[in-house]
Design a binder for this molecule. Sequence first.
Ligand code: 3HC
Ligand code: NAI
Length: 705
Amino acid sequence: MGAATPATVVTTAREGAILVVTVDNPPVNALGVAVRQGLAAAMAAAQADDGIAGVLLVGAGKAFIAGADIREFGKPAMSPSLPEVCRSIEDCTKPVIAVLHGAALGGGLEVAMSAHYRLALPAASLGLPEVNLGLLPGSGGTQRAPRLMGVKAATELMLSGKHLGAKAALQAGLVDRLVESGTPVAAGLAYANELLAQKAPVRRTRDIAIANPSGALADLEALRADTAKKTRGLFSPLKIIECVQAAVQLTFDEGLARERALFLECLDSPQRAGLIHAFFAERETAKIPEAQAAQPRAFKTLAIIGGGTMGAGITVSALDAGFTVTMIERDAESIARGQKNVEKVYDGLIAKGRMTEEGKAATMARYTPSTSYDEIADVDLVIEAVFEDLEVKKAVFKELDRVCKKGAVLATNTSYLDIDAIAAATSRPQDVIGLHFFSPANIMKLLEIVVPAKVSADVVATAFELAKKLKKVPVRAGVCDGFIGNRILAVYKQAADYLMEDGASPYEIDEAVRGFGFAMGPFQVTDLAGGDIGWATRKRRAATRDPKARYVEVADRICERGWFGQKTGRGFYLYPQGARVGQPDPEVLAIVDAERAKKGVTPRQFTPEEIMRRYMAAMVNEGAKVVEEGIALRPLDVDVTFLSGYGFPRFRGGPMKWADMQGLPQVLADIQAFEKEDLLFWKPAPLLVKLVAEGKNFDSLNKAA
Ligand code: 3HC
Ligand code: NAI
């Protein structure tokens, strides 16, 4: 494919007195510099040509225009700017009609709002999602949307980043007409000719007065208070409100100038860099060698083995995606419980008014509960989610090997176990793969696809296809203890334990981690998940633990008292009367003190910043090891794992992106300083040392892959 030029990405054709201007810049008609030049040239041509009475703006392919070209952000600006293009459209003295048949997002909607009339087709999707990228609509969107749809609705649209369908957009006043069928050009020409026949005037959005300015300002105040509370630490949402306030209080041109200044501030913010990294990284993780080497196998029917927490969640996820699912459990009582676990999810939706009884019945019609493996002889894909015990899993896979048809994909949801060993229990290791869902599996986006040694490429490609169908974010992982996510989690959790023993309280650590942007700190997470789970793992591993490695016993002391967290009303925190938010517990602090005294530790003070330097250094160092060992294909796979599965603050882009933004020399220097305290734990990852020596960052590996 040749380089995009204005003439190739924006074409014009005369249809009578109408100039049809088509943006054709696959895949989504993003407004890169060539498109902007092409649009500016087309508008100038339409203006200059006396034979042209109106202009139709359409998009080729599936989108109208999905926005500015995100890849250009952070690079030097090129002329014309999008606000200039929008101005040339709005200034046109002949009616300009935009036809929205697919995504009209961000700058795409700003172009449409600069046109004088807007026609939508049923698949149109309109929105100003810049906030998801750390930005605000920067081409007049914050000034034009409030004029078209009212201040409150426009501000809510921009703060949420949500898309409106064609009908909702019509109701909101964003489009003038909705037609049910036709191609964009045919429907657009019919509408344009009708407007010309009526001598419809040029209607400029900028000339619309904002209704009830004092009421609008009160709405903005309420939104400001709500946003400050909900979007802790985010930069662009409050700037969006500032722009809309300018739309209410200033002239249109002054408002535009304010919007530009604030847009540029957002563009310069590290949050913009983090969020845009996240956007592209999530689209990169599906680019894996096996998908290029092989086609996925066909699959329609699924079996889930185990109906506990995970089996039920995975079943709901599969039913929601339209699959037929057979669930297998050990006995009649367990399968009845499994079915109840599934129904509980749908009953919850019914209670919230998000599902009807009929909807539930239709969904459950695709679900078959059973205790007999013979029922799944013909299914295409099996996901095992039984107890986390290698012998139990091996027995299940022997059974699957016996009953399942040739070519069926056999997957395990194990969190830690050796999938090569599970595969070896069958006569067909080429069909065995790991599908590590996260709890609750019908909600959490992450799916670690764990690739054992003998699996065939088409099975890996099938797993990625399944992720797409289930609307999950897939990340390819290699086999090791904990794969990508849980392996790294174990290490930074240890860093948190060391911090606690060295002087920071669990409450200070949790607060620092929340201050960084996580919704919860590590000790809150332990209390939520149940302290007994980690305790069981620690006991199991006690015999194989390196005797030289530092081991913090505080959590064991807490569990010995039966304090397993929220479910027992007490853990690291107190939960009086079933409270969901915990309170600090002086007895826990006394336990911590006693453990310190036992080890002869003199407690030190740690600032939140010092806490986070250690927490993040541990995460990044293990992340580098995971990349170096090939467990993760690229640093971006580690980032996406943490963004989609571990609540890592999206605006920071993920741990590896965070490290790049700090500068790897700084991160390495920290690790080397900590190494003086504990040679074993803080050993720098060789990859990190190498990158620093070569003056490179993690992103250089993303680009090279
Ligand atoms: N710029 C550059 N590339 C873009 C892009 C954009 N605005 N939007 C999508 N792409 C790329 C994707 O990276 C992907 O590339 P790849 O094939 O190389 O991985 C390709 O287009 C297809 O994208 P998806 O895989 O996401 O395709 P879908 O069909 O699932 O979704 C979409 C299409 C809904 C348009 C989705 O891509 C999307 O949400 N895009 C971003 C929309 C957006 O945020 N627009 C605002 C941009 S900021 C702006 O306009 C600022 C302005 O106010 C000044
Ligand atoms: P669970 O204890 O809630 O459910 C396990 C279910 O398996 C039980 O209902 C049990 O009756 C059933 N079962 C046991 N042996 C069986 C057999 N031979 N045949 C059929 N069914 C059998 O456990 P949970 O939490 O659902 O975990 C299941 C798996 O998912 C484990 O491997 C776990 O490591 C993994 N996992 C768990 C996560 C979590 O947060 N709970 C997250 C990600 C993975």
